[in-house]
Ligand binder design. Structure first.
Ligand code: HEM
Ligand code: HEM
Length: 197
């Protein structure tokens, strides 16, 4: 399997980034809902699950930037043959997935009023403590962190985390299964890590 994408298959870098990010998405949901459903406020478990959510989210943010750079350097394979409307839906779905992969970690980071203790190894300062926040949001827009946090949190939790991300991923997985079991083309196979294509 080559590192770069070929005209008819994904290379190993794109595949690993795809599945690693997919796994981290699952991790970000498991951690945040474990916190909300199974831990009491002000307990160590409550703090640990929050910090794991933040660490996983930041990791997704960094990997997505690398993934986009890699995609620009190594364009993806052509879609498997199909009607134009299906190709349009696939391109639109992938674009939307990239958009939410950028905006979800970004809004998470910008709306969080606590530092990220990254995997309990080192601290990443919260957005409120950065010069970007002070000069751009506070000084230029005249908005306090409390005012800024509300809409950003709403987008992160209510719009993206609870709805849009689910809908997009569900549609994406259904499309992959449709290709594999109904159209019986190579769409899913060429994204799997084990097959040599
Ligand atoms: C792709 C990455 C991410 C995903 C999919 C994600 C998803 C979610 C979801 C589903 C929730 C719960 C929404 C609810 O209350 O029902 C949430 C809450 C939250 N997220 Fe994220 N998030 C991501 C990245 C981040 C990042 C990078 C940060 C900050 C560095 C962050 C900070 C938070 C905080 C502080 C909460 C509230 C936690 C709570 O109230 O228990 N998230 N996120
Ligand atoms: C079990 C879960 C998943 C399955 C079965 C799956 C399957 C696939 C397949 C088969 C492709 C190749 C499509 C093609 O060649 O036209 C693909 C591409 C893609 N997937 Fe997934 N995926 C999953 C989870 C995710 C998740 C969680 C995300 C992001 C949140 C995601 C984002 C993407 C993106 C952006 C592409 C386009 C890659 C590119 O061409 O640059 N996938 N996925």
């Amino acid at each position: 399997m080559s590192l770069k994408n070929q005209s008819d298959s994904y290379g190993s870098v794109a595949k690993w980034l795809h599945w690693l990010i997919a796994l981290l998405f699952l991790g970000s949901y498991i951690t945040v809902y474990s916190r909300q459903w199974f831990t009491e406020e002000e307990t160590p478990e409550n703090w640990i699950t929050l910090q794991l959510h933040l660490s996983i989210g930041v990791t997704i943010g960094v990997l997505v930037i690398l993934r986009i750079i890699w995609r620009l350097a190594s364009p993806p394979p052509k879609l498997e043959p199909g009607p134009p409307l299906q190709h349009f839906a696939a391109h639109a779905g992938h674009l939307l997935l990239y958009i939410v992969m950028v905006i979800t970690p970004l809004t998470g980071y910008m709306g969080t009023g606590t530092n990220t203790d990254y995997l309990f190894l080192f601290e990443i300062p919260k957005f409120e403590s950065t010069r970007i926040f002070t000069s751009l949001v506070q000084d230029r827009l005249g908005i306090s962190f409390e005012q800024f946090e509300k809409p950003v949190d709403f987008i992160h939790k209510e719009v993206l985390g609870e709805w849009l991300v689910w809908i997009l991923i569900l549609g994406h997985v259904m499309a992959a299964l449709y290709h594999h079991y109904i159209r019986r083309d190579r769409t899913l196979i060429r994204m799997t890590l084990t097959r040599k294509l």
